[in-house]
Design a protein around this ligand. Structure first.
Ligand SMILES: Nc1ncnc2c1ncn2[C@@H]1O[C@H](COP(=O)(O)OP(=O)(O)O)[C@@H](O)[C@H]1O
Ligand code: SF4
Ligand SMILES: [Mg+2]
Length: 367
């Protein structure tokens, strides 16, 4: 079963959070990328995932009649393509929309507000619930907190095998061998099958979550802060396991993390998110060697340098991250940027390609 892969978490979609049409820009106003009509992307087979202008706005309810009084713009126009068998790291401060991006790509968060999500060329949101079922096994998610995502009442073998059975992925005769093999691939022993999640350490529980995902034979896995809750000594083991499984099964990962050294280690490309938008995107090497956006520079200046003789200028970001319900005008980063000009306050910057495959959204790079 070497070439066979693993299972998917079964998630129910939340009730539709009112997808709100985006208002057309008035002609005399500066046209911003957020307001431009979406130019649809054409499928390019080298990409397993193509995300184009993706938005997810959560309604804010208020008043006696629970009317919608505003929107939290958690994801506000995210565009990137992900090559098969590669890993894209997604970084940014807490609350910038990383988890929502991952969940919306997997269609785990009701309807999207706008944009495209093409998985192997298929718009995920065009599929009926019946058509979604087989796709659910192909797109998996691993969460930060392995404990809360594992049912405490089920033995581990059941947790890993539940969805395999539900999706009829292997015959009854092969089922036990299949689960043993998946567990072995994830560093778990056959006797672990009859134990319960609380009997395991944090690192082993994350192995169980990975095994549950892998058992569905996925092509694409969103790893949402998969090692953030683990001891540092265990983190490397789990990262190495994810890397090994990627090689073995040609998996594609969207790896969400606020730990830049982990992201540098595991990712081929990196996207930097701020208040619902990607402000910079490129190969890991380009982003770490030559960060362009003032926000990326500030984030990266906080990475500890192993050589004590090298002095790094730490850029301290003033103020806290603004509310995604009421983001600043123009460039959303302008309230915290040391290079802010009047133009930054008024005009939304466009995405520019500065070197091949390296994109930034900032007026400093307009020439
Ligand atoms: N279901 C939801 N309803 C309303 N707001 C939400 C919901 N999920 C996330 N948000 C808000 O969206 C923003 C982005 O959240 P999230 O995607 O979890 O960020 P991150 O993973 O980067 O920390 C936050 O302001 C968060 O409070
Ligand atoms: S557009 Fe202006 S405010 Fe925004 S990051 Fe660039 S320089 Fe700073
Ligand atoms: Mg998150």
């Amino acid at each position: 079963m070497e070439d066979e892969k693993i299972i998917a978490p079964v998630e129910s979609a939340e009730p539709n959070e009112a997808a709100q049409p985006v208002e057309a820009a008035e002609p005399e106003k500066v046209i911003t990328p957020a307001e431009e009509p979406l130019v649809p992307v054409q499928y390019d087979p080298q990409y397993i995932l193509m995300v184009n202008g993706l938005k997810k706005h959560f309604p804010i309810k208020g008043g006696m009649f629970s009317k919608t009084v505003g929107y939290v713009k958690a994801v506000d126009g995210v565009t990137f393509n992900l090559k098969r068998g590669t890993t894209m790291g997604l970084v940014g401060e807490s609350g910038c929309g990383k988890t929502t991006t991952g969940r919306v790509i997997l269609r785990l968060s009701g309807e999207k507000t706008a944009g495209q999500v093409l998985f192997n060329g298929q718009e995920v949101y065009d599929l009926s619930p019946k058509e979604m079922r087989p796709l659910r096994t192909k797109m998996q998610i691993i969460f930060q907190d392995p404990f809360s995502s594992l049912s405490p009442r089920l033995p581990v073998g059941e947790i890993i095998g539940e969805a395999v059975r539900e999706h009829n992925l292997v015959s009854k005769e092969d089922f036990n061998d299949y689960i043993d093999q998946v567990m072995d691939n994830c560093g778990l022993q056959p006797f672990h099958k009859d134990r319960y999640p609380h009997e395991f350490s944090g690192g082993q529980r994350q192995r169980i979550c990975i095994a549950r995902a892998l058992a569905l034979n996925p092509e694409f896995v969103v790893c949402d802060e998969p090692v953030s809750a683990l001891d540092v000594s265990i983190q490397a083991q789990i990262i190495n396991l994810l890397a090994d499984l990627q090689d073995k099964y040609k998996l594609t990962y969207l790896f969400i993390s606020h730990d830049l050294s982990v992201v540098e280690h595991i990712s081929d490309t990196v996207g930097v998110m701020y208040l619902g938008n990607l402000v910079e995107y490129g190969s890991t090497e380009d982003i770490f060697r030559n960060p362009l956006h003032p926000y990326t520079k500030a984030l990266f200046s906080a990475i500890p340098v192993p050589d004590p003789t090298v002095k790094m200028k730490r850029i301290v970001l003033e103020g806290s991250i603004p509310s995604p319900a009421n983001p600043p005008s123009g460039c959303k980063f302008h309230t915290r940027c040391e290079h802010c000009t009047q133009r930054c306050k008024e005009e939304v910057p466009q995405q520019r390609e500065i070197e091949p495959g390296h994109y930034v959204v900032c007026h400093l790079y307009d020439q």
